[in-house]
Design a binder for this molecule. Structure first.
Ligand code: NAD
Length: 265
C-alpha cells in the first residue's frame, strides 16, 4: 500500500483524485490538505466517508499523517513551495499543477537529488494528450511550420497551458528553428497579440471559455496541405489513470521525472 496525501483536496481535480485514490487498489488515502478545512475528504469529494479530515497546514499534515506520496493539484503560485515542503519531508511529489517555470523545475530537480526523494511532474495526465505530444514531435520533423491552439475553461489561471508549453518545447527540439509567416509581418499587427505568443518562431494561442475542460490543436502547414492533430478532454476522469499510475510508480524513480510518457511501457 502506498500512503497518499492529496493537496488541493477541495478543488475540481483534488476531489476527483480523492475519489480515485479511495477506489484504487494499492493506494491508501492518509491525508488531505487545502486552504479551507473540511471534516472529511471523502464526503467533500462525494465519495462517502474516508475518515481523513482536510487540514490547512501542509508541513504539519506531512509530519502527522506520514504519507509517502503527495499528489498536488493546487495553484500555479503555490505549487513550488508545496513541492519543496514535501521533498524536505522526504515525501515524493506527484505534480499536476501547471505553471512551474523552467528555473523552478531545475530547483526541484536539485532538491529531489539532495533529499534522495524521487519527484514526478506531468503537465497532462491524459493518455490522449501524451500521444498528441509524441505525434506532434514526429510530425514537426517533416512539417516544421506549426501553430498550437489550446482551449481551456475560463477558471484556468495560467497561459499558455502546461501541455502547450511542453508540446512547443518538444517540437522545438526536432524542428529547425525559423521564423514562420511573412518576413515583414511584424510591421502589420493591427491588434497586439493577434498572432499569439511566439516560442522559437512558433505561434501559440490560448482560448479561455466556459464549456471547455482542456483541448489542444496542433496545426502543421506544408505546400498545398495542412495536418491537424487534436485532443479533447471531455471529463476530468481522463486524468485519473495517469495520476494513479504516477502515485504507484514515483517511489521507484530517481531524481525528477517529467512527463507521463516516461512511465509508459
Ligand atoms: P481548482 O481551483 O478547482 O482547485 C485548486 C484547489 O487548490 C482549491 O481547492 C484551492 O483552495 C486549493 N489551494 C490553493 N492554494 C493552495 C495551497 N497553497 N495549499 C493547498 N491547497 C491550495 O483548480 P483545478 O481545476 O483543480 O486545477 C488545479 C491545477 O491543476 C491547475 O494548475 C490546473 O491547470 C492543473 N491541471 C493539471 C492537469 C494535468 O493533467 N496535469 C489536469 C487538470 C488540471
Amino acid at each position: 500500500m502506498t500512503r497518499v496525501l492529496v493537496n488541493g483536496a477541495l478543488g475540481r481535480m483534488g476531489k476527483s483524485v480523492v475519489q480515485a485514490v479511495l477506489a484504487e487498489d494499492g493506494l491508501a488515502l492518509v491525508g488531505a490538505v487545502d486552504i479551507h478545512e473540511a471534516e472529511d475528504a471523502g464526503l467533500a469529494a462525494g465519495a462517502g466517508k474516508a475518515g481523513v479530515p482536510v487540514e490547512t497546514d501542509l508541513a504539519a499534515a506531512l509530519d502527522e499523517r506520514k504519507p509517502e506520496v503527495m499528489i498536488d493539484f493546487t495553484r500555479p503560485d503555490a505549487v513550488y513551495d508545496n513541492v519543496m515542503t514535501a521533498l524536505s519531508h522526504k515525501v515524493s511529489p506527484v505534480v499536476g499543477t501547471t505553471g512551474l517555470s523552467a528555473a523552478q523545475r531545475e530547483e526541484i530537480r536539485k532538491a529531489a537529488e539532495r533529499e534522495q526523494t524521487p519527484a514526478f511532474i506531468a503537465p497532462n495526465f491524459a493518455i490522449g494528450a501524451v500521444l498528441l505530444m509524441m505525434l506532434s514531435e514526429q510530425a514537426a520533423k517533416y512539417m516544421p511550420d506549426v501553430e498550437i491552439i489550446e482551449l481551456h475553461h475560463d477558471h484556468k489561471l495560467d497561459a499558455p497551458s502546461g501541455t502547450a508549453a511542453q508540446t512547443a518545447e518538444r517540437i522545438a527540439k526536432v524542428r529547425k528553428a525559423h521564423h514562420q509567416g511573412h518576413p515583414d509581418e511584424q510591421e502589420k499587427e493591427g491588434w497586439e497579440g493577434a498572432r499569439g505568443a511566439d516560442y522559437e518562431g512558433m505561434h501559440v494561442h490560448s482560448v479561455r471559455l466556459p464549456g471547455f475542460v482542456a483541448s489542444q490543436e496542433v496545426i502543421f502547414g506544408g505546400l498545398g496541405q495542412t495536418l491537424t492533430l487534436r485532443h479533447d478532454t471531455t471529463s476530468r476522469e481522463s486524468f485519473m489513470p495517469g495520476v494513479m499510475l504516477a502515485a504507484k510508480k514515483v517511489r521507484g524513480l530517481k531524481g525528477l521525472t517529467v512527463g507521463l510518457d516516461q512511465l509508459l511501457d
